[in-house]
Design a protein around this ligand. Structure first.
Ligand code: GLN
Length: 475
């Protein structure tokens, strides 16, 4: 395939008749087959994708087509697509078919995007390495002995391996940004409420966000613009207007104020990650950006707070999988209670069970005040740290992850060690703010290093402008 800078250059080729959408879809389908070993997809919709390509090719010829005409997009297998499986990479939903389209899916279809399949992920989006999937591990395309990150590992791998133009993932504590960092692609978590969650299988409802993976800022922006906006089916979606992000990526004069927090460069960060981020900061400073050191004093509590609150929410959200209403039902046992117990014991994987138990514990009488209520208070303090910081700066720069992609099995025996790989990403979800991963460099093993930018709530515009600036002028 020609080296397109972004999807819109490809669209120009399509419009001029030099390339057809059917060719483009076939190109990706071939690559998906060639890269089957990556295990990035749970399902590929071959026939549907070709049929859609034919229809949209005809629309392009007629000159009337949607904003994402022909963009080939892969969808994390936690988002409902009508009449397609929605498994959440769990045995408990293995045979479940969605009854309606998630709002984000409907919006993509309305703008003529082509959905090529559903991507593998950690079960119910719980994980940082894609090692918790009932469909097996996803391999990192850059080094097959390493994890792609998680939980949206399949979506990140699919974009990195050029199996699609873009992909959707979900981010509850870093599941878009961290795999984007490990696979070397762009990945954006929007402000909580910017994108409707209707049709997303809930993990932790006050944290979950849906966002794009892409190879550049422009495609990331285009997808975000389409999927954003208020939705009557999601009462937590925001009525804030969605700016014309795509046409405003360039700076018009005033440079943004940037901040970096000492707390994000402490123990556990690899020296190579640290030095590459510092190089970017240095370059930006030479180019005239004001960069100041800021403080996020409650950073050390983010992991504990995140894992108390999200497991509490998960334990309630996952109560619905009881073998009675939908999904897997165990044949073992004779009473109703046995049926519930056995369906859940056999249907869920061990990480999901660990979280349900932890969440049930922190919500139970006697422990609620000590854990859940306290964590809610700390969440507020973390949010206040950001509120104060964004009075002084527009954008915060941090590493996305303390290390580059690790090897399979390296962290599976120690859940705490695994949870620490989310140390720089969970804070954005606790505070409800947007964040993006930008692939900036490779370490000495050739593994991608990611820079994270965070902005104030609903300030995706500045986040994208800065991402575009770095892409064009710094990298
Ligand atoms: N890795 C984090 C977790 O396991 C984040 C998951 C996510 O963002 N869905 O909870």
């Amino acid at each position: 395939m020609l080296p397109y800078k972004n999807y819109f250059q490809k669209l120009d080729q399509l419009k001029s008749g030099k390339l057809s959408l059917v060719e483009n879809v076939n190109y990706f389908l071939n690559r998906i087959h060639q890269n089957n070993h990556l295990n990035a997809f749970n399902f590929v919709f071959e026939d549907d994708a070709i049929k859609q390509a034919e229809e949209i090719d005809a629309k392009i010829i007629r000159g009337k087509y949607g904003k994402l005409a022909g963009m080939v997009i892969a969808i994390k297998d936690v988002l409902s697509i009508k009449d397609k499986p929605n498994t959440c990479s769990s045995k408990i939903l293995k045979d479940f078919t969605a009854l309606y389209n998630a709002t984000v899916i409907q919006k993509l279809i309305d703008e003529d995007a082509i959905i090529i399949g559903k991507t593998n992920c950690d079960e119910f989006a719980m994980g940082s390495s894609n090692e918790n999937s009932a469909f097996g591990n996803v391999l990192n395309p850059i080094d097959n002995e390493r994890v792609p990150g998680g939980s949206s590992g399949g979506s990140a791998a699919a974009v990195a391996a050029e199996l699609c133009d873009t992909a959707l993932g979900t981010d509850t504590g870093g599941s878009i940004r961290q795999p984007a960092s490990f696979c070397g692609v762009y990945g954006l978590k929007p402000t909580y409420g910017r994108v409707s969650r209707f049709g997303l299988t809930a993990f932790a409802s006050s944290f979950d966000s849906i966002g794009p993976f892409a190879n550049n800022t422009e495609d990331t922006t285009a997808v975000l613009e389409v999927i954003s906006g208020w939705d009557e089916h999601d009462s937590t979606s925001s009525k804030n207007i969605v700016p014309d992000f795509s046409n405003n990526l360039s700076f018009n004069g005033k440079k943004l104020r940037l901040g970096f927090a000492k707390e994000y460069f402490g123990d556990g960060i690899s020296t190579e990650v640290k030095s590459e981020i510092e190089k970017i900061i240095e370059k930006l400073s030479k180019q005239g950006f004001e960069i100041e050191e800021i403080h996020l004093p409650h950073s050390e509590y983010t992991i504990a707070t995140y894992y108390i609150l999200t497991t509490a929410e998960a334990s309630s959200n996952l109560a619905r999988y009881d073998g009675a209403r939908y999904g897997f039902r165990s044949n073992e046992g004779s009473s109703l209670i046995d049926m519930y117990k056995n369906s859940r014991s056999e249907g869920f994987g061990s990480e999901v069970k660990r979280r349900i138990m932890l969440g049930t514990y922190v919500l139970s009488a006697g422990y609620y005040d000590a854990y859940y209520r306290k964590a809610q208070k700390v969440r507020r303090l973390i949010k206040q740290d950001f509120d104060e910081t964004f009075k002084k700066v527009d954008i915060i720069l941090t590493p996305t992850s303390p290390t580059t992609a690790f090897k399979f099995g390296e962290k599976t025996t120690d859940p705490l060690e695994m949870y620490l790989s989310d140390i720089y990403t969970t804070s954005a979800n606790l505070a409800g703010i947007p964040g993006i991963n930008i692939p900036i460099a490779k370490d000495s093993n050739g593994l991608p290093i990611g820079l994270q930018l965070m902005a104030n709530q609903f300030d995706e515009m500045n986040l994208l402008k800065m991402s575009y600036y770095i892409q064009e002028n710094v990298l």
